[in-house]
Write a protein that binds this ligand. Structure first.
Ligand SMILES: Nc1ccn([C@@H]2O[C@H](COP(=O)(O)OP(=O)(O)OP(=O)(O)O)[C@@H](O)[C@H]2O)c(=O)n1
Ligand SMILES: C[C@](O)(CO)[C@H](O)COP(=O)(O)O
Length: 238
């Protein structure tokens, strides 16, 4: 897949913007028999919806990197032909974990010493341009920013004695995009992988304070079968 050189990117003083869409997972919790990023949502692959959101010209991205499982590159190339996908992107093979896939995506952006990079789950197809823009804007000021929402349910923590409640006003549910100065994210991803790295904010935490910005409850991660039904309903009803 050719490297993009034609996404609209105006020559301004603002740093160039990149995006890594991680879609290197196998979707075990979905149990669909194929990776969930290729399941159809309103007749089109989940990943195509996500790619389109990032191709919004208003976002002015310089390059989109798409990370896929090694054994799914041909599937994606087939889908590109079948759905006439003409959005320029760079295709990269992922790793065994999300962390390894993000690292592979960063490798593809090696020629770019500076700029802002948004890391987004390929399986969050309903992300809005407003949320994406908020993370880039906050990262431009704070170096690290991530979308998050307040929990809507009560939350308890487990111990050997039972459970106790947590103050949910002090909790946030992390979403993507999570957006960073590219050199900061590169430095963070030189550290060895830890089991506590569940997102990019956890990888960066030791180097920089991550600014949280308002996410969106519609920006759901398609993880289990009911998420696909919810996403379908949200797409139909707006
Ligand atoms: N080795 C991996 C694992 C995950 N991901 C991506 O990270 C995002 C969030 O991961 P998750 O929802 O856990 O996806 P899967 O790993 O596919 O799902 P599961 O854990 O159910 O197998 C997804 O877009 C997924 O494709 C990735 O790029 N590479
Ligand atoms: C990155 C993430 O989507 C933020 O909520 C989440 O941590 C991914 O978790 P998963 O277990 O890989 O689905």
């Amino acid at each position: 897949m050719p490297v993009s050189s034609s996404l609209p990117h105006s020559i301004t003083s603002s740093p160039p913007r990149f995006a890594i869409l991680v879609a290197g997972g196998s979707g075990t919790r979905m149990g669909a028999g194929q990776p969930k990023q290729f399941l159809l949502l309103r007749g089109e692959p989940v990943l195509l919806h996500t790619l389109r959101r990032f191709a919004d010209p208003a976002l002015q991205l310089a390059e989109i990197v798409l990370v896929l499982p090694a054994d799914q590159l041909e599937t994606w190339q087939y889908l590109c032909r079948a759905y006439a996908i003409d959005i320029p992107h760079t295709l990269v093979t992922g790793g065994a974990t999300r962390w390894a896939s993000v690292k592979a995506g960063l490798q593809a952006l090696q020629p770019h010493p500076q700029g802002l990079v948004a890391v987004h789950d390929g399986v969050r197809p309903l992300v809005s341009p407003a949320v994406i823009e908020r993370t880039y804007a906050a990262a431009a000021t704070h170096a690290a920013a991530a979308a998050a929402v307040l929990p809507k349910d009560s939350v308890r923590t487990l111990s050997q004695h039972g459970s106790s409640s947590l103050n949910r006003q002090r909790l946030r549910l992390m979403q993507t995009p999570q957006t960073f100065e590219i050199d900061l994210l590169r430095r963070a991803y030189t550290m060895p992988e830890l089991p506590t790295f569940t997102d990019d904010a956890t990888v960066v935490d030791d180097l920089c304070r991550v600014q949280l910005v308002e996410g969106d409850y519609r920006n759901l991660k398609i993880t289990t079968p009911e998420d696909l039904l919810l996403a379908e309903a949200l797409l139909v009803n707006g």
